[in-house]
Design a protein around this ligand. Structure first.
Ligand code: NAD
Length: 419
């Protein structure tokens, strides 16, 4: 199967935009603006390696659109980073922020490197050099990066420190999110994606007349997003009957205790061989009879080969791009309600927005305050996407992007083209 999303994500993003423009009858000029990032910066990053040699890495920062607010989006470290991927991801960030209605635009960054083969000191020098090289185009009111694949709190701390030092400030926590708590991170950030997803599942269940107390759930991928999503839908009364990780998939029709699974995974590095479980294949996992399926691992898992055998009534996409376009159509035809990635996993960027707000105001919110505000935003976003899906008579994915493009187009039109 050809994999357009991975082969050229930017062409995929453009195709999605074309389709949305057609549905919305979007102004041709606005369409042209949205088809290109406002700025893409490429930087060469010379780094002294531990053995004394010099390596030159390539990094990017793509700023897609800031009509609704400063650019926002993660920075990934990966050998396969490409300029097209970073550009596509920055466009998707514009849509994501617009869907949840937060006043931010879309950006994304990346460095072509293999962090698993680098020492911590090499990573620090690379990160600080990258922060220096993009320091003129980022800032608390211009572009606010965050973690992504293979970056986390430590990289964010170095970027915050480098930026603050360069600008002669004592601390500019608002330049970046995903920071550890002692330097301005937000409570609730770690659980945010899973928690946000659980709110959208709760709302979707209401639309499908499903009681969470009788719902059964299958989770593919048991990492950050999958574990918290499982834990929080279990709290709503649902029974988790199957989970998987890279080592394998397990099933227990009577339901697992998510806390026990998390504990087991911590001790054994996998959920495989969890007491009382039966081992199943990945295909069996995805097509297990259940009410809610949560893909929380990789892209392209629900395909035209397995989509017609999926029995879930709701598919909530924690992972980015788990469903291929052909599979999407099959699920829609089978009346399965898909909560698309851009909506389902946007709890992460929403709490990043809260972190930024706390930093700008020099405040710290309680975890309850963060979670309550997240609930309000996710519930509203779900309802708005659901309404758009009904009024445009299209699936939830197209409806989400249509809603987003409409919002960004409106902002561009109101601000006008200058000069
Ligand atoms: P993670 O690395 O913490 O977890 C990924 C999990 O998937 C691991 O348990 C891994 O064992 C499992 N996995 C990998 N390959 C698998 C396979 N072939 N079959 C079954 N399981 C497999 O990553 P994460 O942060 O939980 O991210 C998961 C997905 O969610 C990604 O697509 C990511 O882009 C998306 N996402 C995450 C966040 C977040 O805040 N964590 C936000 C938005 C989107």
């Amino acid at each position: 199967m050809t994999n357009e999303v991975n082969d050229n994500p930017y062409q995929m993003a453009l195709k999605q935009l074309d389709e949305t423009a057609r549905i919305l009858n979007l102004d041709k000029g606005i369409h042209k603006i949205l088809a290109k990032p406002k700025r893409v910066l490429t930087v060469s990053l010379p780094v002294k390696m531990d053995d004394g040699s010099i390596e030159v890495f390539t990094g990017y920062r793509s700023q897609h659109n800031d009509a609704r607010g400063p650019f926002k989006g993660g920075i990934r470290y990966h050998p396969q980073v490409t300029i097209e991927e970073v550009m596509a991801l920055s466009m998707w960030m514009t849509w994501k922020c617009a869907i949840v209605g937060i006043p931010l635009g879309g950006g994304k960054g990346g460095i072509i490197c293999d962090p698993k083969k680098m020492s911590i000191t090499e990573l620090e020098r690379l990160t600080r050099r990258y922060a220096y090289s993009i320091s003129d185009i980022i800032g608390p009111y211009t572009d606010v990066p965050a973690p992504d694949v293979y970056t986390g709190g430590q990289e964010m701390s170095w970027i915050m420190d480098t930026y603050s030092t360069l600008k002669g400030d004592h601390g500019q926590p608002g330049v970046i999110t995903g920071k550890p708590i002692p330097i301005g991170g937000s409570l609730g950030r770690t659980e945010a994606t899973g928690r946000g997803l659980s709110f959208t599942v709760r709302e979707a269940a209401k639309k499908q007349n499903i009681s969470m107390n009788t719902a059964t759930v299958v989770v593919q991928g048991f990492g950050n997003a999958g574990q918290f999503a499982a834990q929080l839908v279990e709290e709503q009364g649902a029974k988790i009957i199957a989970v998987s990780d890279t080592q394998g998939a397990i099933l227990n029709k009577n339901g697992f205790s998510v806390n026990d699974l998390i504990k087991f995974k911590k001790e054994n590095k996998t959920i495989k061989n969890f007491p009382g479980s039966t081992e199943v294949s990945n295909d069996e996992l995805l097509t297990t009879d259940c009410t809610i399926l949560i893909p929380a691992a990789l892209e392209n898992q629900i395909t035209k080969e397995n989509a017609s055998r999926i029995s879930a009534e709701i598919v909530a996409e924690a992972a980015n791009g788990p469903t291929t376009p052909e599979a999407d159509q099959i699920l829609y035809d089978n009346k399965i309600l898909v909560i698309p990635d851009v909506l389902a996993n946007s709890g992460g960027v929403t709490v990043s927005y809260f972190e930024w707000l706390q930093n700008l105001r020099r405040e710290y919110w309680t975890e309850k305050e963060v979670n309550d505000r997240l609930d309000t935003i996710m519930t509203r976003a779900f309802e708005e996407v659901y309404q758009a899906h009904e009024s445009y008579n299209t699936n939830m994915r197209t409806a989400s992007i249509a809603l987003a493009v409409n919002r960004v187009a409106e902002a561009i039109q109101l601000r006008g083209i200058w000069p």
